[in-house]
Design a binder for this molecule. Structure first.
Ligand code: UD1
Length: 350
């Protein structure tokens, strides 16, 4: 792994592997290298330091993925793993998947079966290719299992639940009741501001699209704190788009516990992140997703997430009435990582 959301998923797996006495070699590709996108997750979530760090960094899709692929062959050959476990849908996922299958190492894909059906998204290419390369598809939801079955992959798929739920529930309990640092730092009134993240290529790379989103967020009634990924800051600077204006306040990305505390104090979340849509739902904070579709359809069906793209759709979604309470648990019971490790142990080569 190598990108921010993968460190969150790694945390419960590393813990479950250690508890089961499994030798677990952590390989960081270096896709994310800013301390706030990488190191803080290892520190806050108690993840052991990576055993191997490839230091690949940023680049176009081919250059970045190719550099990882080139470096991984020697790593896998040195460690001779019983399983290669890859996470999610980033370029790091695809590189490790391709390297593992080419070298005949058993490949398991965690968070398998998610689909947006939007072939413009780099994540959609990565997840489809990885699922079809994998020997074992570990699905977070029943919907994901359905997608895998539709693509002929039912025989190698298993519904284990969502490992992000494992971490979220633990961190929620740890930060509950404490004041959010973000609230204190920016002098916000609890319950009166929105937490926003925008980083997807589809929303940041086209200047017209990014300008439209910035304008929509800046004209909302309550303050909007944009926890800005380096990508959105870089694209806004290149295209001369002013992000701090009107209701919109730009802030650096937060460490995971600070993010959860901020979301718990917020009025609602506005995002194009997959993970944050689900975290908002699990914390029962309303979410507006700035995308035409979502992989986490359960959040929409249960009324806690609304898809919105134009300025008027975003304003209407953010201003909507509170959703109906629900006790549904489509993302599992918080014990997915244990199931993953049990499954890998049971199916390891002799
Ligand atoms: C990647 C994933 C995306 C995931 C996101 C989480 C792919 C195709 N995309 O997107 O699915 O939701 O991570 O954050 O793998 N940059 C920095 N510092 C860093 C990393 C990136 O400044 O530590 C900047 C660079 O300008 C870089 C740009 O962000 O070119 C994009 O980084 P990249 O790793 O290509 O993709 P993300 O947008 O982070």
């Amino acid at each position: 792994m190598g990108a921010r959301p993968q460190f969150v998923k790694l945390a419960p797996i590393a813990k479950a592997a250690a508890a089961a006495g499994v030798e677990h070699v952590i390989v960081h590709t270096g896709q994310h290298y800013d301390p706030m996108l990488s190191d803080v997750f290892f520190e806050d979530l108690g993840i052991p330091a990576p055993d191997v760090h490839l230091g690949v960094g940023s680049g176009s899709h081919g250059v970045q993925t190719g550099a990882m692929l080139g470096a991984l062959d020697a790593v896998f050959d040195e460690h001779d793993p019983d399983w290669v476990l890859v996470y999610g849908d980033t370029n790091s996922t695809l590189a490790a998947a391709v390297s593992a299958v080419k070298l005949h190492y058993p490949l398991a894909h965690l968070e398998a079966g998610l689909r947006s059906f939007n072939r413009r998204m780099p994540e959609e290419h990565n997840r489809v290719l990885t699922d079809h390369a994998a020997d074992l598809c570990l699905a977070p939801t029943a919907v994901a299992m359905g997608h895998l079955a539709n693509e002929g992959l039912a025989g190698r798929s298993l519904h284990v639940g969502d490992v992000m739920t494992d971490v979220l529930l633990q961190v929620r309990d740890a930060v509950a009741g404490a004041e959010s640092d973000l609230v204190a730092e920016l002098g916000l009134a609890p319950g009166d501001f929105h937490v926003a993240t925008i980083h997807r290529a589809e929303n940041t790379d086209d200047p017209t699209r990014l300008a439209e989103i910035a304008a929509a967020l800046s004209s909302l009634e309550h303050p909007v704190v944009l926890l800005a990924h380096p990508r959105v800051v870089a694209k806004a600077a290149t295209h001369g788009i002013e992000l701090t204006r009107g209701s919109l306040v730009v802030h650096a990305p937060l460490a995971y516990p600070d993010l959860i505390a901020a979301v718990l104090s917020s009025r609602s979340v506005i995002t194009d992140s997959g993970g944050l849509q689900k975290e908002a739902f699990l914390l029962r904070v309303p979410c507006t997703t700035v995308r035409p579709e979502t992989e986490w359809v359960e959040t929409v069906e249960l009324g806690w997430n609304v898809l919105a793209n134009t300025s008027s759709e975003i304003a209407a979604a953010v201003g909507r009435p509170a959703p109906q309470p629900t006790d549904a648990t489509p993302y599992g019971d918080g014990r997915a990582a244990e199931r993953v490790i049990e499954t890998l142990l049971a199916r390891a080569r002799a």
